[in-house]
Design a protein. Structure first.
Length: 233
């Protein structure tokens, strides 16, 4: 079954890539996407990740849709994908959803699974089925180049990509780790050789949360080569 799933995934990936062959990307794109942190209080990203403050001490936990500080603490480190989803919903639909409210609904549809030591990472295929409930279409790319990301943005789509968490400028993962965190691409500039993104776990004090711009050659150090394009149905 796993081999069959891989074959189907690769065929789907090639079909999507063939479509992109007929699109010319703009020289520059900058999308006005509202920012959402995966932490209820944006300042608590660095307090929790760098300063070891207890997750349950975030004073704004209620705004996420969590029922208690304990439930918030259970979810907060794994909802980067839901933060990206919340940004997309606000951008396309002008809907604002609590990230943990989204995560719990997603879990009911198999997007997350409970594990003995916590909660699983977001499952792409299940995510693509679930997000239709919110009238968004998800296209999964198991391999996608930066050039094709630029084409997707030119089409008016948003692109969620997998990166090493250290892209925030503070190391919490092994440097050779491939993926492990999701960010939302908001733009690029070919002339400057830059790419811009919203990072759900960026640090407010270092300006690495909203529209964080880095050189493309730096970006490739963290990019895992896969992602999800989001657009309206």
């Amino acid at each position: 079954m796993k081999y069959f799933d891989r074959v189907v995934s690769e065929l789907r990936n090639r079909r999507l890539l063939i479509h992109l062959l007929f699109i010319n990307s703009k020289d520059r794109v900058s999308l006005a996407v509202p920012y959402v942190s995966q932490f209820a209080h944006p300042e608590y990203a660095e307090k929790i990740l760098r300063d070891d403050v207890e997750r349950s001490e975030d004073p704004w936990w209620k705004k996420t849709g969590a029922k208690s500080p304990k439930e918030y603490a259970t979810w907060v480190l794994v909802v980067c994908g839901m933060a990206c989803t919340a940004m997309a919903l606000d951008y396309f639909k002008r809907k604002r959803e609590g990230i943990i409210s989204l995560a719990k609904d997603a879990m009911d549809h198999g997007v997350y699974q409970k594990l003995p030591n916590g909660i699983s990472d977001m499952r792409y295929r299940e995510f693509a089925c679930w997000i239709k409930e919110y009238e968004l279409r998800a296209e999964i790319y198991t391999r996608i180049s930066l050039r094709n990301i630029q084409k997707l943005l030119t089409e008016g789509k948003l692109v969620v990509i997998s990166v090493n968490p250290n892209i925030r400028g503070y190391a919490t993962a092994c440097t050779n780790q491939k993926g492990g965190h999701l960010i939302l691409i908001t733009g690029y500039n070919k002339a400057d050789g830059t790419i811009t993104f919203h990072n759900p776990s960026g640090f407010l004090s270092q300006s690495t949360q909203e529209n964080h711009m880095i050189l493309i050659k730096e970006f490739y150090k963290y990019y895992a080569g896969r992602g999800i394009a989001l657009g309206e149905m």
